[in-house]
Design a protein around this ligand. Structure first.
Ligand SMILES: [Zn+2]
Length: 402
């Protein structure tokens, strides 16, 4: 990574930093940081700001000067397409929110024409709110559940799309006139944690999302790990049972087939004699199941407990494979506290390798829906930054055309 990109990334992650602090963090000479910073300021990516004096510092003479990301360096949009609701945010280059918008979700998979229309509606809604035009947008990040190959821009399979192997990046870039970057929704959540959340303070962490399915994002050495084919860390489709329950992916015994909402609803229909409730959506059924469990219904409780035991196995496998410092459990289903009850965390610790070291920290993040879109915006920001600052000479790159 070129030094100017490293300097930019340090400032982005650390807030207002002095040149000396950056040099110390990167292990390079202050002079080389001064030169890289001068280039970044001249190109409009960084700006000088006054910083508050740190403890113990004297403030004789001028106030200390730090470097900060220049919000005016560009604008990015982040969009998440999902069953529960489509959401979108518009950010400046420093991660400041300019606009946000949500639309009702899709009750069935979207056709090509529908996905194009939905994304355009969201983007234009954001731009209208912020009173800016498409040519001021540097890139659009888009996330959805499923097997998404961000590298080639293909949506190989998604529960949100009626077509498999869809060249989604190309389709949307042509339609919007904007560079579009796509990724799996769990990776977006992980980028949001890496850029704006608790992931800023740790180098190795995993985010496990439980929504309609089970997803995972993994950060190794401060970078999102995507795997060799862009299909890495599909925790939901790791097998926890031979010849087990049928999963949406068509295979048997996947973790998701025991933990995701459709799995719980399937169990509930059998155990609680819910004939006639088929008209309720999975969300409503799950919420009713939860109410039953809270009210002391043993069958309802055992359904959540069983899901929790499977989840614990999945999490212990993550610990044993990657040894993350932190596991963040996230997603809409965190409202159901059975999934992270003490018993689940104890089961996880019991199945992880036993050594005389503290277990990884586990945090629960019950974010609102916009977090996914924020992650999509982080994807757009990180891609634009890498393109513009990571390529020698290319400080200016194409953005959307009007
Ligand atoms: Zn599966």
């Amino acid at each position: 990574m070129p030094l100017r990109q490293q300097v930019f990334e340090s400032v982005r992650a650390g807030g207002a930093l002095s040149r000396v602090e950056i040099a110390r963090m990167l292990g390079v000479s202050p002079g080389s940081v001064t030169q890289a910073a001068a280039d970044l300021i001249a190109a409009g990516y960084l700006q000088e700001v006054e910083t508050a004096p740190r403890d113990g510092e004297t403030t004789r003479g001028r106030p200390p000067v730090g470097l900060a990301v220049n919000p005016a360096a560009g604008t990015v949009a982040g969009i998440k397409i999902s069953e529960a609701g489509h959401s979108a945010v518009l950010y400046d280059f420093a991660g400041g929110a300019l606009a946000d918008m949500t639309l009702p979700g899709a009750v069935r998979p979207l056709s090509r024409a529908e996905v194009k229309a939905t994304v355009a509606q969201l983007l234009d809604g954001l731009l209208g709110q912020a009173s800016i035009t498409r040519d001021q947008v540097a890139a659009v990040g888009l996330g959805m559940p499923g097997f998404i190959d961000g590298e080639t821009g293909q949506a190989l399979w998604s529960s949100m799309l009626s077509d498999a192997n869809l060249p989604l990046t190309e389709l949307l870039s042509d339609h919007l006139g904007c560079p579009v970057i796509i990724d799996n929704d769990a990776n977006l959540m992980t980028l949001a944690e890496l850029w704006f959340g608790d992931g800023r303070d740790v180098s190795n962490f995993a985010v496990v999302t439980i929504e309609h399915g089970v997803g995972m994002g993994l950060v190794l050495n401060n970078r999102l790990y995507r795997g060799g084919r862009g299909l890495g860390t599909e925790l939901g489709h790791t097998k926890v049972q031979l010849d087990g329950a049928l999963c949406r992916c068509g295979q048997r015994g996947c973790l998701e087939a025991y933990v995701a909402d459709y799995a719980l609803v399937r169990e509930a229909s059998t155990a609680l004699d819910w004939s006639g409730k088929d008209l309720l959506g999975p969300r409503e059924m799950l919420s009713e199941l939860y109410d039953h469990a809270k009210a002391g219904n043993t069958a309802a409780r055992s359904i959540f407990r069983r899901a929790g035991r499977y989840l614990a196995v999945g999490l212990a496998n993550v610990v044993n494979l990657f040894d993350p410092e932190l596991i963040i459990l996230s997603g809409e289903r965190m409202e159901y506290d059975y999934l992270y009850a003490d018993e689940v965390l104890r089961d996880m610790a019991a199945a992880a390798i036993q050594v005389d070291r503290p277990a990884p920290r586990v945090q629960i993040h019950a974010w609102g829906d916009l977090i996914w879109a924020r992650g999509a915006a982080a994807l757009a920001l990180s891609t634009v930054t890498a393109q513009r600052l990571g390529t020698p000479g290319a400080l200016d790159e194409a953005s959307c055309v009007a």
